[in-house]
Write a protein that binds this ligand. Structure first.
Ligand code: CA
Length: 271
């Protein structure tokens, strides 16, 4: 009888051990599975966020350089022109906005070149001659008195120290531009600038053009809301052919400011 009871207890113990082992094994398996699911989910979420960010970047056309002097760091990114969120509220953080000449409103433009003219988006030239043009295009055909290239830019606040730079080049001949020959106006007010010298300009038959370069206008005032920056040909110094006035070729303008700037980029200008 005693041996029988020992046998029963032994069998019972074996069954319990097997059961506990099985439960323990199942529990371990479930834990592992949960961990894998969580890891996969996290990775997927991160990937989606990255892709979304990339898509937004590609769809927009204003290059912005954000620099923080306090942290001595600098990052370059491209972001939504119409975005209303920014970190420029912090003091000491400035942003350089690049506005492409080829994305301005050009429907009313009438341009003249060396032999005859063009109109509308016909004034846009693709940079096929190593001119280092931002975005690969620039605007020319500005060689008549009164020809105006306008940039409409919205600012979220009034500032009196937005730093304006024009990225320009020239064709056909060497020349120097002064404030009265070529007028830079912001909201109807003209700004004086250091004479702009264009030297070693390749001739018409050259396979290259003079590389675009930055020319500083200086600090300008911007008002809260819409601002109009006009670049106006205001001389009758002929350059040759049907170029009745002297003017630069315009790649883009750059504004560095603590204000948040946006604009309506006419990206359909480039087909
Ligand atoms: Ca450009």
């Amino acid at each position: 009888m005693e041996r029988y009871l020992k046998g029963v207890v032994t069998v019972f113990m074996l069954l319990m051990f097997t059961f506990v082992t099985a439960c323990s094994s199942n529990s371990s398996t479930e834990t592992t599975t949960t961990t894998e699911v969580n890891e996969t989910s996290t990775t997927t979420t991160t990937t989606e966020m990255t892709e979304t960010s990339t898509t937004v970047t590609t769809a927009n056309n204003t290059t912005i350089t954000t620099s923080s002097t306090e942290e001595n760091t600098q990052t370059t990114t491209t972001r939504d022109n119409n975005s209303s969120t920014t970190t420029t509220e912090q003091s000491g953080v400035t942003t350089t906005y690049v506005f492409e000449a080829e994305y301005t409103y050009l429907d009313d433009m009438i341009g003249t070149g060396y032999s005859g003219g063009t109109y509308g988006t016909g004034v846009i030239v693709e940079d096929t001659k190593s001119g280092d043009a931002s975005n690969g295009y620039y605007v020319s055909y500005l060689y008549s008195l009164g020809t105006t290239l306008s940039f409409e830019i919205e600012s979220d606040r009034a500032v009196d120290n937005a730093y304006l730079v024009l990225r320009l080049s020239a064709e056909l001949i060497d020349f120097t531009l002064t404030s009265d020959m070529y007028t830079v106006m912001v909201n109807g007010m003209g700004y004086d600038y250091e004479a702009m010298v264009f030297e070693n300009v390749p001739g018409m038959q050259s396979s290259t053009i003079l590389p675009f370069a930055d020319f500083v206008i200086g600090n300008i005032e911007l008002q809260e809301g819409i601002n109009t920056i006009d670049l106006v040909t205001t001389n009758s110094q002929a350059m040759g052919g049907t170029m009745y006035s002297t003017a630069p070729m315009i790649d883009c303008l750059k504004i560095t400011t603590v204000a948040e700037l946006t604009w309506n980029a006419y990206t359909d200008n480039i087909q």
